[in-house]
Structure formats: structure tokens, C-alpha cells
Design a protein around this ligand. Structure first.
Ligand code: PLP
Length: 382
């Protein structure tokens, strides 16, 4: 059996262990310490735009705290892109609120401004104005940010920007992770940079950051004993894994470059293939980190389905994966409202994420190209 080619696997830069060793040498084995502060500083410098960052245990925890800080509570509605990972939507339920799902549009695959506005208007007409909007940049592709912000501002509903997959992407030259009332990042094992597990809440001022750290460390009041007037959470990032993050920040831009090269490889591979479309930037306003290179397969034109293609790759021990299954189609959210025309369902039915790691070797890339070319040639003959 040929060695496995993964969809996206951790890619260390080299200095991660140095930072971890420092933590051991100084005995900072805790959910705070120099690596946490250093990683936060690195991220703040990277994102700019007066970002104030609290590193947390996960991206999911970051979304939960953003909702808590925006005052989302029992009985509230939160609008959420349906086409996403469950980590975007689950925290809405943790907060006691109800998600209302919104369809995608065709160019970025992210939230449709048109259906966002319809969802807001209908929710208001039913007697409840949504408390927040969860906007996602899937696979690294920035959403139609200007259009979405314009609607959010018109109805005075704050946006939580889920940039879990989009660190290193930009929209009109501004970094993803700086557009929301709050923004979140994830450093899970397969993300563009990883700390094995972790996330961050990007705040817009120092007060919000202080509040985040307070809530993330069990909401301990200022007293010599342990005193609490609010419910807190144990959501802070460990100083050990923050060391991995510091090492990863040194190679972030390089790794974005590698992922974009992989995307270019697929662009060339599929450029003359009728019925296969690669997700790419629709104009110069968009710059994607291309975390995962993803295609749509139009079976009427190609003569094969997404699933046949996936299985052919699997046979050669190459991992690929269907796109995210929309949240409104998940059994756990089946009672939730959905506004749209099923574009995200079509994406789910026809879409596939291809191996996209920044650590793919030349041999692995060649193997991918050969396997895909052979499959396409076979299908053309039949
Ligand atoms: C990974 C991811 C999250 C959650 O991040 P975790 O760190 O895994 O909790 C949220 N939203 C999206 C779109 C993601 O891809």
C-alpha cells in the first residue's frame, strides 16, 4: 500500500520545541504564562487593526465567549451560516439561544447577503430581532464582507466573524479576523497553523480582552480567597500549547504561500476539465489562504460524481472529503429555521476538499496529479 496522503496535516516550523522547553525550564506549566502572552502579542502584531487577543482552549470556546459577551442568552435568536462546521453553531445552543440558519451564495460559498436580510426581516416580523450574526470564511475564502456588514449595520446586529479557517486571508487588503464585533480563530490540528488544539477571541479593545480573560478563568473576583459573582468558564489556553503557537507564527505566511501553490496546482490540473470548478477568488478584493482547495463536480458534464472521484482517490490512499454538511440538514438542528434556496445543499452534494497541506512533498504532489490525470483519462474514454 502506498503511504497515505492526508487532506491537511500539522506542519511544524522548527522552533516550537524551543518555546515548549522554555516553559518547562521556567516551570510555567499552567493556563497562563510567557508563551500565552507572547503568542497573543504575535497574533496582535500579525492582525493589526488594533486587535486585542485572548488565547483560549478552542475556537468553539471563543465563539461561546463572544456570544456571552454580546449578551446572548436564553430564548434569543442568532443567525448563522448553515454551510459550516458544527463548531460555529454549537455555542449558540450552549448560550441557550436558537440558531437560525442562512444559505450560501455561489461565488464565495459563504453567507448570502440576500438571505441574511430576508432572515432578519422575517425574524423581526415574527416578533424577535436576532441578537448576533455568525459569518464564516470557509476554506479560507473571505465572505462578501462589505455586503454582510452593511446589512448587519443597518439593523444594528453585531457580527461574530468565524475566521477559524481564514487566518492569513484578506479582504480588500484587510486581514480576516479583524472585521467582526468579535472575531475568532482556531488552532486545531488540521488548521492553517495549529497548537494541537486551541483558539483565540479577537477583541476590539483592551476592556473586552480583559473581560474575556476574566470569563475564561472561572470569573474570579478580586479577592485573596476564591470569590465569584458570575458564572465563569475554564477556557484559557495552556502555556505549553501556546509555545507551539509561537513557533507556528514564525512560518504562517510561508505556509499560506505553500497552500496557495497547491491551489494553483489544482487550477492548472482542472483548467480544461469541463464540469469541475475549483473555488478561487472572484476578484482582486479577495485573497484566500486556500486552507483547503475545494472543487465542485458537475456530474452531468463530467460523467462521474463527486463520490466516484472521492473513492478513486481513496483507492490510491489519497484522502479527500465532502464539503461541510449544512447545519440545517444535521439531525441535531432539524427543528431550526433555514432561509435560502438550497445552494449550500448543492455544494454539499457536489463538492470535495482535496489534499491541501503546506507540507505536501513534490513526490506527493506528483502522485496526486498522476492519480487524478489517470482517473480523468479513464472517464473520458468510457
Ligand atoms: C475548526 C472550526 C471551528 C472550531 O474551532 P475548534 O478550535 O476546533 O473548536 C469553528 N468554525 C469553523 C468554520 C471551523 O473550521
Amino acid at each position: 500500500m502506498k503511504s497515505k496522503i492526508w487532506l491537511s496535516s500539522p506542519h511544524m516550523g522548527g522552533n516550537e520545541l524551543t518555546y515548549i522547553q522554555e516553559a518547562f525550564d521556567t516551570n510555567w506549566i499552567a493556563p497562563l504564562g510567557p508563551n500565552v502572552y507572547g503568542f497573543e502579542k504575535d497574533l496582535e502584531t500579525y492582525l493589526g487593526e488594533d486587535s486585542h487577543i485572548a488565547c483560549l482552549a478552542s475556537g468553539t470556546a471563543a465563539i461561546h465567549l463572544a456570544l456571552v459577551e454580546l449578551g446572548v442568552t436564553h430564548g434569543d435568536l442568532v443567525l448563522c451560516q448553515s454551510f459550516t462546521f458544527c463548531g460555529s453553531a454549537n455555542p449558540i445552543v450552549y448560550a441557550g439561544a436558537t440558531p437560525v440558519f442562512v444559505d450560501s451564495e455561489e461565488t464565495t460559498w459563504n453567507m448570502s447577503p440576500e438571505y441574511l436580510e430576508i432572515a432578519i426581516k422575517e425574524s423581526i416580523s415574527k416578533g424577535k430581532k436576532p441578537k448576533a450574526i455568525l459569518m464564516v470564511h470557509l476554506y479560507g475564502m473571505p465572505a462578501k464582507i462589505d455586503e454582510l456588514l452593511k446589512i448587519a449595520n443597518a439593523y444594528e446586529i453585531p457580527i461574530i466573524e468565524d475566521a477559524a479557517e481564514a487566518l492569513g486571508s484578506t479582504y480588500k487588503g484587510q486581514k480576516c479576523g479583524t472585521f467582526g464585533a468579535y472575531s475568532i480563530l482556531s488552532f486545531n490540528g488540521n488548521k492553517i497553523i495549529t497548537t494541537s488544539g486551541g483558539g483565540a477571541l479577537v477583541c476590539r479593545n483592551e476592556e473586552q480582552k480583559k473581560r474575556t480573560v476574566f470569563l475564561a478563568t472561572q470569573a474570579r473576583d478580586n479577592a485573596p480567597h476564591y470569590q465569584h459573582t458570575e458564572i465563569g468558564y475554564n477556557y484559557r489556553m495552556s502555556n505549553i500549547v501556546a509555545g507551539i503557537g509561537r513557533g507556528q507564527m514564525e512560518v504562517l505566511d510561508k505556509h499560506v504561500g505553500y497552500r496557495r501553490d497547491v491551489n494553483q496546482m489544482y487550477a492548472e490540473l482542472f483548467k480544461d476539465v469541463e464540469g469541475i470548478t475549483l473555488l478561487q477568488e472572484s476578484s482582486d478584493d479577495y485573497f484566500s489562504n486556500h486552507w483547503l482547495s475545494s472543487i465542485r463536480v458537475n456530474a452531468n458534464k463530467t460523467g462521474f460524481t463527486r463520490e466516484e472521484f472521492r473513492l478513486a482517490l481513496l483507492e490510491e490512499n489519497i484522502e479527500s472529503r465532502p464539503l461541510w454538511k449544512p447545519m440545517h440538514l444535521q439531525p441535531v438542528f432539524e427543528k431550526c429555521d433555514f432561509y435560502g434556496e438550497g445552494i449550500c445543499e448543492k455544494l454539499f452534494d457536489s463538492g470535495l476538499c482535496l489534499p491541501s497541506g503546506s507540507n505536501l512533498t513534490i513526490e506527493e504532489k506528483n502522485r496526486i496529479k498522476e492519480v487524478i490525470r489517470a482517473f480523468l483519462a479513464l472517464k473520458e474514454i468510457n
